[in-house]
Design a protein around this ligand. Structure first.
Ligand code: NDP
Length: 259
């Protein structure tokens, strides 16, 4: 194991894409990281791989839509180390033609992306984070939490909700030593991004490559961001230099978002 900076983080959805990059970033900074996701086998192999890289990582199975599972996960994480840093990253895409969206899809997107953030944050706050006088709550929202995404009404609504939750809680906890911020990625090359391109390709009856070209053209930088570029900002927010940054929603998006 590398040197330990004395801090422990909980990262939801830490087995893929942005979450996995965040786990690596924080663990490389010397933070002990407890991760969770739904697929038990993937949790196990991810933890094994990261430990083989010399990183201090553990994890468990958790569906963030399940309140009992979230409570148990926070207890297990606390047994690994008192939680100083929470990264609410687990999320899903979801949308379609709004008039045709089944209510179950709406509920599931809201539950996975927004209610889970409330639930996990509440459990972590009750585990004693504010009482210890220092903490970080970092919510992976989206530029879709600040601007509309066509055919993405449930997703966009859920991420606007995450940004609103972040701003309200940031003000509530200001002065406690716990900062609360949202990181808003634009297009990031992850397995989720690939699934989203496949969805649009089907909807528009074009190839996935054509969708990629269209999306790249929309991004001022001309390309997707990488998971590591998003994780880099998360890592910075966990430093003491970032003590004064709270109640913000910060974009990592190649210029796609402009506010
Ligand atoms: P991935 O699909 O690559 O990874 C998602 C991770 O979350 C996996 O570890 C997955 O594991 C886990 N997860 C999904 N659902 C649940 C659940 N119900 N409970 C617990 N864990 C869950 O996604 P990305 O890395 O692309 O996205 C991560 C976050 O970033 C999401 O919140 C997404 O909305 C946001 N984002 C992504 C963008 C992009 O372009 N990629 C842009 C803007 C925001 P498992 O399936 O085993 O549960």
């Amino acid at each position: 194991m590398g040197p330990h900076n004395g801090r422990t983080a909980l990262v939801t959805g830490g087995t893929s894409g942005i979450g996995l990059a965040v786990v690596r970033e924080l663990a490389t900074r010397g933070t002990a990281v407890f991760l969770c996701a739904r697929n038990a086998e993937v949790v196990e192999t991810t933890v094994k791989e990261l430990r083989a890289e010399g990183l201090n990582v553990a994890g468990t199975v958790c569906d963030v839509r399940d309140a009992d599972a979230v409570r148990r996960t926070v207890e297990e994480a606390v047994a690994f180390g008192p939680i100083d840093i929470l990264v609410n990253n687990a999320g899903r895409s979801g949308g379609g033609i709004t008039a045709e969206i089944p209510e179950e899809l709406w509920q599931d997107v809201l539950d996975t992306n927004l209610t889970s953030v409330f639930r996990t944050t509440q459990a972590v706050l009750n585990s004693g984070m504010p009482e210890r006088g220092w903490g970080r709550i970092i919510n992976i929202a989206s530029t879709a939490g600040k601007q509309g995404v066509v055919y993405g009404a449930p997703y966009s609504a859920s991420k606007h909700g995450v940004v609103g939750f972040t701003k309200a809680l940031g003000l509530e906890l200001a002065g406690s030593g716990v900062t609360v911020n949202a990181v808003c990625p634009g297009y990031v090359e992850t397995p989720m991004a690939q699934r989203i391109r496949a969805g649009y390709a089907q909807h528009w009856e074009v190839t996935e490559d054509a969708v990629l070209t269209k999306f790249n053209a929309k991004i001022p930088l001309g390309r997707y961001s990488t998971p590591e570029e998003v994780a880099g900002l998360v890592g910075y927010l966990t430093t003491v230099t970032a003590d004064a940054i709270t109640a913000q929603a910060l974009n990592v998006c190649g210029g796609l978002g402009n506010f």
